[in-house]
Design a protein around this ligand. Structure first.
Ligand code: SF4
Length: 97
């Protein structure tokens, strides 16, 4: 347990549909296999932080490619309904019309 930590960042996968020049993602693909964190591992990880206030879903991946996103939100909200969620996304998958 880590009771003093209030904010964490979790990289749920290594999947991304972009190749931004500022990002090491494409270069890392040769070293990192495509990987998805299981929902069980995700929930177990969150439960290590009983006073969590904010979770960031980011890293070298595109969160919107994860078809489990609503399940991920459900897990977060079941742990703490007031938890703030941030995501860094690439914008190519948003349809704002
Ligand atoms: S969208 Fe994000 S993760 Fe994907 S290549 Fe660009 S900066 Fe990296």
């Amino acid at each position: 347990m880590y009771p003093t930590i209030e904010n964490i960042t979790i990289e749920m996968s290594t999947f991304c549909n972009a190749e931004c020049v500022i990002c090491p993602n494409s270069k890392l693909e040769t070293r990192r296999k495509l990987h998805l964190m299981s929902l069980e591992d995700f929930e177990n990880t969150l439960n290590l932080f009983p006073n969590l206030k904010t979770i960031s879903l980011c890293g070298c991946y595109e969160p919107l490619l994860d078809s489990r996103l609503s399940q991920i939100f459900d897990i977060i909200k079941n742990i703490n309904l007031n938890m703030k969620i941030t995501m860094f996304i690439g914008n190519t998958l948003l349809n704002l019309t």
